[in-house]
Design a protein around this ligand. Structure first.
Ligand SMILES: [Fe+2]
Length: 381
């Protein structure tokens, strides 16, 4: 089987090794003739980014680059990006990178034509309808990791630089118009990032599958996403140049993000404040939290994870799945406890107060409270 395809679900996706060569065609497909490539500072220096700019240059699309993007993108980054977009006379954005480059690129395209502050578009009720949809610039997304799935998402996460709180900004039109998924762009990821990002994709599938809302399409996507991570993450971790494993992980990442329209849960509700307070890696933090959350949700998810275990060829039903998760984490060098990552148990009250405000709480199959979140944090420390 050749791991190449042109997909139109959930958006237009050019999938396959070497397809970054089609970047100028992707711009034409999105109606963009003067793109601004948005990425983070670290990636801007790497050959894959320079090669992408060369492709644009060769097609007379310029070499517009904005890379003043922090690992957790802030409003300041976004304002600077919008200024660069306007100053360069751009008509679309290439969001290039891992979560930070993708999220900030999407926000620059979104905010370039808006007059209200970004916080007016937080993912609350129908706040997104406040935006001028016609003024949103087209987005071409090029992921260089396999985890966040932001390339197929309709939201971006941005940090308020004053409060350090992360907010989700939502609009259906920040779903990229075209995505190029080229697994060759992910081969340079170090082992720890391969593991952390891959386990973020896994957590998206597990939490979407656990969420009690009715969405059978998401259920199917999450199930196959879990299988791809189980089969291919160990291969990508062991040999970063294994293109088949890298390609399957890129699919799993998009599947996780597509599936979690159904909801996330306690893993992400815990992981967001821990990341904000202790600056830990998002996907790695999720992986550490997962065993305690599975145990906490056990009675509500046992039946459905019996089916997952059968599909994933894991003996022992739900209990077997829980054992598998711990062994999978160990195999990938994930710490056993949040305290091993620098999280401090003395701040559990503060973490629980932040977690209960996280929108991910709504998708957990057992209702979350400040008290049971404290217990979950204690069990993960
Ligand atoms: Fe995540």
């Amino acid at each position: 089987m050749t791991l190449t395809g042109n997909w139109s679900y959930p958006t237009a996706i050019r999938f396959g090794a070497g397809r970054i060569a089609e970047l100028s065609e992707a711009c034409a497909q999105a109606g963009v003739s003067r793109p601004l490539l948005v990425t983070d500072r670290g990636l801007a220096k790497l050959p894959i980014t320079q090669a992408a700019l060369d492709i644009l240059d060769a097609a007379n699309l310029g070499r517009g680059l904005f890379a003043e993007v922090d690992p957790n993108p802030t409003e300041d980054n976004m304002v600077a990006g919008v200024e660069a977009y306007k100053a360069g006379g751009h008509d679309g954005v290439i969001a290039f990178g891992g979560g930070s480059g993708l999220d900030l690129g999407k926000l620059v395209a979104f905010m370039a034509g808006q007059t209200r502050p970004v916080w007016d578009f937080e993912d609350i009720g129908d706040w997104w309808t406040r935006a001028d949809a016609e003024a949103i610039a087209p987005i071409i997304a090029v992921p260089t990791t396999a985890g966040t799935g932001a390339e197929v998402g309709r939201a971006s996460v941005i940090t308020n630089p004053a409060t350090h709180v992360k907010k989700i900004i939502f609009h259906p039109k920040i779903l990229p118009t075209v995505v190029i998924c080229d697994p060759e762009l992910t081969v340079g990821m170090p082992k720890s990032i391969t593991a952390g990002t891959g386990l973020d994709a896994f957590a998206h599938c597990v939490e979407a599958f656990s969420s009690p809302h009715y969405h059978p399409m998401s259920q199917g996507i999450a199930l196959e996403g879990m299988r791809l991570v189980k089969e291919y993450l160990p291969q990508a971790y062991a040999d970063g140049s294994d293109i088949e494993a890298r390609a399957q992980m890129m699919s799993a990442a998009m599947m996780g993000a597509t599936a979690f329209q159904k909801g996330l849960g306690a893993i992400h509700a815990m992981s967001h404040p821990i990341g904000a307070v202790f600056n830990t890696h998002h996907g790695t933090t999720n992986a550490v939290c997962m065993p305690a959350v599975l145990a906490f949700n056990a009675d509500s998810i046992r039946d459905r994870f019996d089916r997952v275990a059968a599909y994933l060829d894991i003996d022992g039903g739900f209990e077997g799945f829980v054992s598998f998760v711990q062994q999978f984490n160990d195999q990938m060098g994930i710490p056993r406890k949040l305290s091993d990552m620098g999280a401090n148990p003395s701040r559990i009250d503060e973490l629980a107060a932040m977690a209960i405000e996280d929108p991910s709480c709504a998708g957990n199959p057992v209702e979350l409270t400040v008290e049971n979140l404290k217990e979950l944090f204690r069990n993960s420390m």
